[in-house]
Design a protein around this ligand. Structure first.
Ligand code: CMC
Length: 422
């Protein structure tokens, strides 16, 4: 059997055989037969917009791998910084490579204080931290003008390190600003996750301390969120990066895409939903209202997963480990009941709607002391490693500027009418 398809243009009777490569067909080949026709796919549901060697996602079977390594093994054995190295460099680091990478990231965590004060102080006191994060990341491009030299691999790597290092600092600053507390400088003796917790929560104690289980849980959440192939924000990064914008502007675009409630804003929406449901007894009525089109069950469903999201399985387990230290989040009972009712209901089963990564993550974040406004920021920190690995990969490929076409559906030509005659 030949690994190809043959298409026929019934208008002309001409046929063309197109090879199937890596599960797809090259649209450029297709257009050799039908040059005037466009592929209509507004939400990219049937389009592979990139060829990538970073993350493998098999939604039918609930499989997620970074550079070939199963997410379950990485969550159990690795650390976020090691995973970030893996995503960007393609291989797990040796001991020396990891030490040097960790040193590089750790020593770039500072954000110029002038910049931080001026950018954040320009906002109203109750500004959403995602708005602050998005604009401050974009603003960093003005601090590092050499970042425009995207063809230089050393300069590129320098910005990758800076971005991975500075995202937690900007994120924590955005949070501290939004609650009116003074900024905390990075503590370079702490690991990545603990340093972030310190910048978020330190008050007057000489050194921030927290149980190992807490920083490990956050590090696991960072690993699980580090990449997810061509999702909305990564696609935004690739599209903006394809214009050869600098990496700070590119990552700001990705942050903006992540902010929406259908994407990285879903974890905040889940918490609002759970609080809105209020009690275990109201779950069935809530599920009925969703089935009747009154909103969505947030934290459920996924464009690619038609199976339980493997990240949700790991997060659910991690939630219990966190609750052992912090005490149980009272919303957990509502979440468990929602899952039970939804997974027994034909509406959700027939549409293959299962819990996704956001269904349980908000409960852990809340138990760790994070307010819901900061949840999407917690997603943006690790996803920066994924966005940058895709940005880098795209620049190394022979990529053209992203420029889709449209099917014009407006009115035909007509003459301008003077305002008095309309
Ligand atoms: N609750 C109720 N019904 C749903 C849901 C849901 N969460 N998700 C999809 N459906 C229904 C939808 O109404 C449609 O039904 P019908 O065929 O009768 O019209 C069917 O399922 C297919 O939905 P769709 O909108 O075509 O699916 P999509 O692939 O375009 O959307 C999604 C994927 C994630 C945006 C969507 O499932 C959703 O809105 N989920 C809730 C938000 C959420 O949890 N987002 C986080 C996604 S994972 C993390 C991330 O990517 O950032």
């Amino acid at each position: 059997m030949s690994e190809s398809i043959t298409i026929t243009d019934n208008r002309t009777g001409e046929s063309l055989e197109i090879p199937i490569v890596d599960g797809g067909v090259d649209a450029a080949e297709w257009r050799k037969l039908v040059p005037g026709l466009w592929f209509f796919d507004p939400s990219f549901s049937t389009t592979a917009a990139a060829s990538s060697a970073i993350t493998e996602l098999d939604g039918e079977n609930g499989i997620l791998r970074y550079r070939g390594y199963p997410i379950e093994q990485l969550a159990e054995k690795s650390t976020f910084l090691e995973v970030a190295y893996l995503l960007i460099q393609g291989e797990l680091p040796t001991t020396d490579q990891l030490a040097s990478w960790t040193h590089e990231v750790t020593t770039h965590t500072y954000v110029h204080d002038d910049f931080r004060k001026r950018v954040f102080d320009a906002y109203h006191y109750d500004a959403h931290p995602m708005g602050l994060l998005t604009s401050s990341v974009a603003g960093l491009s003005t601090f590092y003008p050499e970042a425009k030299e995207i063809d230089d691999p050393d300069i590129r790597m320098q910005q990758i390190i800076r971005l991975i290092a500075k995202m937690p600092t900007l994120a924590a600053s955005a949070y501290r600003f939004s609650i009116g507390m003074p900024y905390v400088f990075p503590d370079n003796d702490l690991d990545y996750a603990t340093n972030f917790l310190s910048m978020m929560f330190k008050v007057a104690e000489p050194r921030f301390e927290c149980p190992e289980a807490i920083s490990r849980a956050l590090d696991i959440l960072f690993i699980l969120h580090a990449d997810h192939e061509q999702n909305c924000s990564t696609t935004a990064a690739r599209v903006v990066g394809s214009s050869h914008a600098d990496p700070y502007s590119t990552i700001a675009a990705a942050c903006a895409a992540l902010y929406g409630p259908r994407h990285g804003g879903a974890n905040e929406a889940v918490l609002r939903m759970l609080k809105g449901i209020g009690s275990y007894e109201n779950v069935e009525a809530f599920i009925d209202s969703v089935k009747h089109g009154d909103g969505r069950l947030m934290g459920f469903g996924h464009r690619v997963y038609k199976h339980y999201d493997p990240r949700a399985t790991i997060i659910k387990k991690a939630a219990y480990e966190v609750f052992d230290v912090t005490g149980q989040n009272p919303l957990l009972d509502i979440a468990l009941k929602l899952e039970e009712v939804a997974l027994a209901d034909d509406y959700f089963v027939s549409r293959k709607l299962y819990p996704n990564v956001d269904f349980y993550s908000g409960l852990i974040y809340e138990a760790l002391g994070f307010t819901k406004e900061i949840f999407t920021v917690l997603f943006a920190i690790p996803r920066t490693a994924g966005w940058l690995s895709h940005w880098s990969e795209m620049l190394e490929q022979d990529s053209r500027i992203a420029r889709p076409r449209q099917l014009y559906s407006g009115v035909g030509v007509r003459d301008y009418v003077d305002i008095a005659d309309r």
